[in-house]
Structure formats: structure tokens, C-alpha cells
Ligand binder design. Sequence first.
Ligand code: 5GP
Length: 126
Amino acid sequence: MGYVYDADNIFAKILRGEIPNDTVVETEHALAFNDIAPQAPVHVLVIPKGPFVNWDHFVTAAAAEEIAGFARALHQVIEKLGLEPGVGGQGYRLIMNAGEAGVQDVQHLHAHILSGRVLGPLIERA
Ligand code: 5GP
């Protein structure tokens, strides 16, 4: 089954400038902004500018330049915030939720970058 993108989702409104955001990085293909309800001292969301519901939709439907642009934008945030472990940063956790089991609330692909403290176990048991 294919994906149907809802252009009324909150991140689409952010991309159209209808809702303000606290931008960290903006590139041709992606926007990164601080999460409105941070779960860690660093909590940045990175989204592609194209209309993609989740990772699976994105990697099967997006142009190669969009996929590379999104991946590079993630790194730009990590670099800008000094998080890269290989060059003295404290590291980070990258999360993409998808679907019901992943508990994806906003139906526009987004990666969470979390850091600023030791984050502990990967997930909590329900
Ligand atoms: P999900 O559960 O879909 O993976 O994550 C959605 C994330 O979007 C949540 O962490 C939530 O706090 C964040 N969020 C929801 N609405 C807004 C908003 O209007 N602005 C910002 N900056 N973040 C939002």
C-alpha cells in the first residue's frame, strides 16, 4: 500500500511558514529545528522539505539528491552542535519513529537528534 501525505500536518505548516519554529539548520533539502517539548537538553528535529510520511516512503520515493541532502543536514546539525564523538563531542542518539508500533505522532518524516546528557537505555518497557 502506498502512502498518502496529509499537507495539513504540523511540520508541513512549519515548512510553509504558517507556524514559527526555532531553526537550527536550513538547507535546500531539509530543515532542522528545536523540538517544542524537549526530552533531553538537546532535542532537534530534522525534516526533509519534500512531502514524505516516513522513512520508508522517503527512501523509496525521494530523489537521490533529497536523500543525500537530508543525510547531510543531519550531520550539519551534529557538527554545528559539536556532538560528533569522533572529534571530541559527547555523542547523540538518532531516532525515527514510524507507524503505530513506533508511535509516530506527526505524519511528516522526522529524525530526532537527542543529546546533552547520557541518555540511558534505548527504550523503556511499556
Ligand atoms: P513523533 O512522536 O512523531 O516521533 O515526534 C513528534 C515530535 O514533534 C514530538 O517530539 C513533539 O514534541 C514535536 N512537535 C509537535 N508539534 C510541534 C511543533 O509545533 N513545533 C515543534 N518544534 N515540535 C513539535
